[in-house]
Design a protein around this ligand. Structure first.
Ligand SMILES: [Zn+2]
Length: 158
């Protein structure tokens, strides 16, 4: 892995600071011109209108400057659209460890899935209820566990 890619992959999500943009699948590619050292980073935004993307762009540039690549461009591609399925297994494990329920896989074969229970990230109980469609950020919903009564954030499946 190049130094530039390493630096960019380590940028954390500004809203969910336990995961990197690489864990979330936001980072598509890091291309480095070996002659000039110029770096082009391609990212795909998560939820439409997520204000975090501006912060992420600035953080990527800062990380590249620190890694010795002041000449950098951050491109945004919208196709294919990001989905929560792009979150890596490592990313899901980090979310769960931080008490954030990771999103369930979304079926794309046209079959209407059964509504899967959102499990409490603390005690694992499926006895949970949604309190609010919006949690601490627009990208998360606020849920509560009926077994241990703890509220928790759930990253919405998309
Ligand atoms: Zn619980």
């Amino acid at each position: 892995m190049s130094r530039a890619r390493q630096a960019v992959a380590a940028v954390v999500d500004p809203e969910i600071r336990v995961v990197t943009i690489d864990d979330l699948g936001i980072l598509r590619s890091v291309q480095e011109d070996p002659a000039t050292g110029r770096v082009v980073v391609t990212i795909t935004p998560t939820y439409t209108g997520c204000p975090a993307m501006d912060v992420i762009r600035a953080d990527i540039r800062r990380a590249l400057v620190a890694a010795g690549h002041p000449d950098a461009e951050v491109r945004t591609v919208h196709s294919p659209a990001w989905s929560t399925d792009w979150i890596s297994d490592a990313g899901r494990a980090k979310l769960a460890a931080a008490g954030i329920a990771p999103p369930a896989p979304v079926r794309r074969d046209g079959v209407v899935p059964l509504t899967l229970a959102v499990r409490c990230p603390r005690c694992g109980s499926p006895e949970t209820e949604q309190l609010s469609r919006f949690g601490s950020t627009a990208c998360k919903a606020l849920w509560r566990c009926r077994s241990c009564a703890e509220p928790f954030d759930h990253v919405k499946a998309l």
